[in-house]
Design a protein around this ligand. Structure first.
Ligand SMILES: NC(=O)c1ccc[n+]([C@@H]2O[C@H](COP(=O)([O-])OP(=O)(O)OC[C@H]3O[C@@H](n4cnc5c(N)ncnc54)[C@H](O)[C@@H]3O)[C@@H](O)[C@H]2O)c1
Ligand SMILES: O=C(O)C1=N[C@H](C(=O)O)CCC1
Length: 248
């Protein structure tokens, strides 16, 4: 039998981390060797080959820098990885060229397809807005998925030579038009009872296209987490987006 991949989970007591612990325990080809949460010394990560990191935006970069220095591959679901943090991580990875880090704003297959479909549609529509809905315990807004979707759409619009999204608003003292990420309006709803949901709404002359994805349960993220764990060691350096491991 081939050796099982040794896995640690950081943020193991959280909503996602506790699901990830169960998913790793249930996978015959993986071995859970460490669980860590706030205040724990990560040390050698229990001898893990791969760490799954599901914490908070303010802690994630330091945790991943630690993993890289320990020579441990990392699968990162935590959001809030802005450009500066990614640049600093890339510098860390230069010192450990055999280590792979996957930053995955969303592990659900449907969310990855939603972003892919949105990229495909972007060049055909003058108007586009992103509306994300999450549970009210989420600490960051807009969601990592919404921010990434907006950037993917913006890039596709630039490549197609589209100009700004049309918007005649002159007076919006309360910010009713929402945030703007790379030129794309993004609206964040926080509702008890929801998990993670997003609509990408395109508007053209006389028509609209809505691409919607719903995660009703965090179990929807687990196949993607496990794919990340199995693949990350084969992809040294930084990878942003699980779609890169899925041929999407
Ligand atoms: N990529 C995805 O598909 C996906 C899906 C769901 C959630 N997320 C993201 O995952 C992250 C976690 O979400 P959640 O709902 O599980 O949050 P949560 O608040 O339930 O869990 C976070 C856990 O991290 C722990 N923690 C905080 N600081 C820490 C530190 N310095 N070291 C170790 N552990 C620490 C907390 O104690 C808590 O147990 C968020 O950033 C969220 O946006 C990503
Ligand atoms: O529950 C969360 O928090 C989620 N965070 C990710 C994001 O910000 O995009 C993925 C969906 C769930």
């Amino acid at each position: 039998m081939t050796e099982r991949i040794k896995v640690a989970v950081i943020g193991a007591s959280g909503r996602m981390g506790s699901q990830a612990v169960r998913a790793v325990q249930d996978a015959v080809d993986l071995e859970l060797v460490g669980t860590f949460d706030q205040g724990d010394d990560l040390g050698d990560l229990g001898g893990a080959q791969v760490a799954v990191e599901l914490t908070v935006p303010s802690a994630s970069a330091a945790n991943i820098a630690h993993c890289v220095r320990q020579g441990v591959h990392a699968v990162v679901g935590t959001t809030g990885w802005e450009e500066e943090k990614l640049a600093a991580l890339e510098k860390e990875l230069v010192q450990q060229p055999e280590v792979g880090v996957l930053i995955a704003p969303n592990f659900a297959i449907g969310a990855l397809l939603m972003m892919s479909f949105a990229e495909q549609a972007a060049r055909f529509y003058e108007s586009v807005e992103v509306v994300e809905t999450h549970h009210p315990d989420k600490v960051d807004a807009p969601s990592g998925t919404a921010a990434r979707t907006a950037r993917i759409i913006a890039e596709a619009r630039r490549e197609a030579g589209l100009g700004d999204v049309p918007d005649a608003t002159e007076h919006d003292p309360d910010g009713a038009r929402g945030a703007v990420v790379d030129g794309v309006p993004v609206h964040a709803l926080r509702l008890r009872g929801r998990v993670a949901h997003q609509e990408v709404v395109f508007g053209g002359v006389g028509e609209a296209l809505t691409i919607r994805h719903d995660s009703f349960d965090r179990i929807s993220f687990m196949p993607g987490v496990l794919t990340g764990v199995r693949e990350v060691g084969k992809h040294p350096g930084l990878t942003v987006g699980l779609e890169n491991f899925l041929g999407l």
